[in-house]
Design a protein around this ligand. Structure first.
Ligand code: ADP
Ligand code: MG
Length: 249
């Protein structure tokens, strides 16, 4: 049964395979993320979680299989690819803000360049989004002048500014000092509650319990187990998942 508030398929991976040389990093991965769904991806280091995110917005190519976003196959290159990237937001562990642009410029650049939004309108929307993530007072500063938690909230605002269909988060709080983790997770919980479609690689079980519709557990490039957060955390079925949870909980 579909979880409440979750709609039609938005991101669909069918039998996706990916190698790095001899390393088979994604093995027959099948994953459907519905509109409005929040999928948390868990798994040990090296299991292919980042690669999974990176193939979804085509930062990496796949060997075989297919990936569609909102019914459209991932384009190979050019403008179609730029548009696809705009539809798929990405928030990285290391923030990846443009160091030589102000906070507000970081948020307005994509809409102006890719979405062709007029500058004044992009500014207005940018300030709105910075307010939403609680960093509007930092708008004219440069990323290095902000704390890690503030930078990551700017990165989230930057992703939102493109009006993406889905946002991928790859360990968004792993590089943060502990006292800053919650300010970022709170923003993410807010997005989840607001109906944003999200794929979130994280070890933050609190977030998964609060916000995930589904947990996907990866090991050795495969999706080994998936289920609702409550059942996954309390009664994982596979030995791999049991072993993983015993180490992190
Ligand atoms: P995770 O995010 O779960 O830690 P990754 O997706 O980063 O896992 O990596 C999966 C496997 O692919 C690892 O063994 C990693 O070393 C390897 N890998 C990742 N990126 C590359 C790359 N660009 N070239 C070669 N091997 C890579
Ligand atoms: Mg990773």
């Amino acid at each position: 049964m579909e979880a409440p508030g979750v709609g039609p398929p938005l991101v669909v991976l069918e039998d996706v395979d990916k190698h790095f040389g001899d390393l088979h990093v994604l093995q027959h991965v099948n994953l459907t993320v519905a509109k409005g769904e929040v999928v948390v991806v868990l798994g040990p280091s090296g299991s292919g979680k980042s690669t999974l995110c990176r193939v979804i917005n085509r930062l990496e190519t796949i060997g075989s299989g297919s990936i569609t976003i909102d019914g459209e196959r991932l384009p190979e290159e050019g403008r179609a690819l730029a548009n696809l990237r705009a539809d798929v937001g990405m928030v990285f562990q290391s923030f990846n803000l443009f160091a030589h642009k102000t906070v507000l410029e970081n948020v307005t650049l994509g809409p102006i360049k890719v979405r062709k939004v007029p500058a004044a309108q992009a500014r207005e929307r940018g300030l709105e989004l910075l307010t939403r993530v609680g960093v509007e007072s930092q708008a004219d500063k440069y990323p290095a002048q902000l704390s890690g938690g503030q930078q990551q909230r700017v990165a989230i605002a930057r992703a939102l500014a493109m009006d993406p269909k889905v946002i991928l988060f790859d360990e968004p709080t792993s590089a943060l000092d502990p006292e800053m983790v919650n300010e970022v997770l709170d923003v993410m919980v807010g997005l989840a509650k607001g109906g944003m479609t999200m794929v979130v690689v994280t070890h933050e079980m609190g977030f998964a319990r609060k916000a995930a519709n589904r947990v996907v557990f990866m090991a050795d490039g495969k999706i080994v187990e998936e289920g609702g957060p409550e059942s996954f955390f309390t009664s994982p079925r596979t030995e791999r998942a049991q072993d993983f949870l015993s180490k992190i909980l």
